[in-house]
Design a protein around this ligand. Structure first.
Ligand code: MSP
Length: 646
């Protein structure tokens, strides 16, 4: 028996720190399309996705939500899994980095690299971006201090750390880039060489001691393993690497293609292969860095309010409308701008008009002119040959484009044939043929060719739009007869047997009113922002007497310096009337000590003093923060220090 060739495809593992938007869904939908296509072509496919659950950012989010990390994560992961189900994602596995199978393997990997000498102990001082969990050198940062990925200020982090000898692998990584097509598309390779390899690779700090939500270094438990090392290795731990059963690892590794968006190509094409080299195992065959889906030319982001959620899109337009749009509208590999108008126009022109009309006109004509029965005969028309030969061309192009992950081109190829088939209706004019009984055979042949073209169209797009394909098979009366819509069946024009009965079904894609829908979408997603505001969980009601227990006063900051032991903290001396209070606050990421001096802040005066990393704090400065992303200290500028705030 012939063994099927294997094919392993992965998505990045997602941060479960908020609701996923269509940018996230884009990678997963694209990975699903290639997984389905390869399965369709006879490969033994393994398709992995999952969640990246450690790190300071996640810990902060959980604490802000007032929850234990794992409870916070469980709720988020349930939502993510529901979303993938809704999008009919066909992943074979879903890995969570908090699972035991992953954590244990990561500890073994870390120990292995340490024992080999590729991980060593040192101390680290660098510019760290908390939200992106990345260290940056001065030359990489914007204005010498801001994260080049998100634009936020980085902070200096100094700590004892273990290091991975990334520099040792520089030459091998350069070789990897120069041979074969490890990085795709080509443009991403040049970016990596210019921005990271040419300036030279430095050893990478791979542990943290400043927080504890991570996998512990097994032989030095005050360190947790850097999230990126933890996260990247999911691609092999999910296969059972370093476990009691590594059958899947042996079968599927190295991955055939790892899909990621451009901002994390750096991790996947430099750190990841270096880790694999250090482990003495093969590197993935390809990392494909696709572009971003932008919203009004900006990156989608909740804090900017420009976001589109896939769940709501599916509820309103169906899963295939969203999949079609994402895969067809944007050139995979390049950035593209999302607009509601483009979405609706695309659905109307390609799905409702071109495809929907073709199917409904054809099925209606078969019902009207021949009681729904398809007849196969030799009464050809002068237009048949060009129809069939275009199909053959399209079939070849489609296969190549899918294998190159050029989804937009692959769909365009199919639609070239959809349009050609519509033209065949205009050329052959079945309604005119139907007027004369003498043309009955020709008419039947035309109707047969139309149904056969539709069968092939649906079968080519089956991996991309599976739900629509099934609906079409139903209407063509061939559902359940897989030999008529497997991959081999796309090689032949003329497979539907004589006598099959078609049935008119539901409209595949109703035509949408552009203006109305654009308005609805604008409201739908604007409403989400209001919804989020509404969704605030308020604390238990208190009386004015309860409130009165809190002593709030205006204080003037007279001195402020960094906490000697904690990068996140500032120590302020605050004048409140005749007294000076010392207050420690977690505001160092947003405020420089010198900027604090002279500010009139609001202080909670009767809070029980506490020691924060060894320094006493006698109260608290009020601050307004949005999920830890932004933080602002409200000011009582001009008020006399010491006065009460009520
Ligand atoms: N957890 C890391 C990945 C670790 S992989 C070992 C991470 N997670 S993420 O949730 O922030 O983003 C994951 C992926 O979502 C991105 O790489 C990208 O594939 C996808 N996208 C997020 N926003 C996107 C757009 N606006 N457009 C296209 N893809 C986007 O990074």
């Amino acid at each position: 028996m012939n063994k099927k060739p294997t094919f392993y495809v992965t998505t990045p593992i997602y941060y479960p720190s908020g609701k996923l938007h269509i940018g996230h869904a884009y990678t997963t939908i694209a990975a699903d399309a290639i997984a389905r296509f390869k399965r369709f072509c006879g490969y033994d496919v393994r398709f992995l996705t999952g969640t990246d659950e450690h790190g300071e950012k996640i810990q902060k989010k959980a604490h802000e939500a007032g929850m234990k990390e794992i409870d916070f994560l469980d709720a988020q992961i349930a939502e993510i899994k529901k979303l993938w189900e809704k999008l009919e994602i066909s992943n074979d596995d879903f890995i969570r980095t908090t699972e035991e199978r992953h954590e244990k393997a990561i500890q073994k990997i870390f120990t292995k690299l340490y024992e080999k000498g590729d991980i060593y102990k040192g101390s680290y001082e660098g510019n760290y971006c908390v939200p992106c969990e990345s260290f940056w050198t001065e030359s990489q940062m914007i204005d010498g201090c801001k994260c080049p990925d998100c634009g936020r200020e980085t902070k200096i982090v100094k700590e004892e750390s273990y290091f991975f000898k990334l520099s040792k692998y520089e030459d091998r990584i350069r070789d990897l880039f120069e041979t074969g097509n490890f990085i795709a598309p080509e443009s991403r390779k040049n970016e990596m060489i210019k921005n990271f390899l040419d300036p030279g690779l430095e050893d990478l700090s791979v542990t943290r001691t400043s927080f504890d939500w991570g996998i512990k270094v097994p032989f030095d438990e005050k360190h947790v393993i850097y999230v990126w090392v933890d996260a990247l290795c999911n691609y092999i731990t999910a296969l059972g690497y370093e476990s009691d059963d590594d059958t899947l690892y042996k079968k599927y590794w190295p991955a055939n293609v790892q899909l990621v968006a451009k901002e994390i190509v750096r991790f996947h094409t430099i750190i990841w292969p270096a880790l694999l080299m250090a482990l003495d195992i093969p590197v993935s065959k390809q990392v494909f860095g696709h572009g971003w889906i932008l919203f009004a030319d900006d990156k989608m982001s909740k804090s900017k309010g420009n976001i589109v959620y896939p769940g709501q899109m599916v509820d309103r337009y169906g899963v295939d409308a969203l999949k079609y749009f994402l895969l067809r509208e944007f050139s995979f590999g390049q950035d593209g701008s999302y607009t509601h108008r483009n979405f609706i126009n695309r659905i109307n022109s390609d799905l409702a008009n071109d495809l929907g009309n073709l199917v409904s006109r054809t099925v209606s004509m078969v019902e009207k002119y021949n009681d729904g029965i398809l007849v196969k005969n030799d009464a050809t028309t002068e237009f048949d040959e060009s129809l069939i030969s275009l199909y053959k061309e399209v079939r070849v192009e489609f296969e190549r484009q899918m294998n190159d992950l050029m989804y937009h081109e692959a769909l365009e190829s199919i639609w070239k044939f959809v349009r050609r088939t519509n033209k065949y209706i205009d050329e052959t004019m079945p309604w005119a043929l139907a007027k004369d009984e003498a043309n009955k055979d020709v008419l039947n042949n035309v109707l047969y060719n139309l149904c056969e073209s539709i069968r092939l169209i649906a079968t080519l797009f089956n991996p991309l739009l599976p739900a629509t394909a099934v609906e079409i098979y139903e209407q063509l009366g061939i559902k359940g007869r897989e030999e008529l819509y497997n991959w081999e069946s796309t090689d032949e024009f003329g497979l539907i047997p004589d006598g099959v009965k078609v049935h008119k079904g539901k409209v595949l894609f109703p035509r949408l009113d552009v203006e109305e829908e654009v308005k609805i979408l604008e409201e739908l997603f604007a409403e989400k922002i209001v919804d989020q505001e509404k969704a605030i969980e308020h604390k238990k009601e208190i009386t004015i007497d309860d409130f009165d227990k809190v002593e709030l006063r205006v204080g003037k900051v007279v001195k402020c310096e960094k906490h000697p032991k904690a990068d996140k903290l500032l120590v302020s001396q605050i004048k409140i009337g005749s007294e000076i209070r010392q207050i420690v606050s977690g505001i160092a990421a947003w405020y420089n000590p010198e900027d604090m001096i002279g500010k009139d802040v609001v202080v909670v005066c009767n809070l029980k003093p506490v020691k924060l990393r060894g320094i006493e704090s006698q109260g608290m400065i009020l601050a307004a923060g949005d999920n830890g992303d932004d933080l602002i200290i409200p000011l009582a500028t001009g008020a006399t220090d010491g006065v009460e705030v009520r």
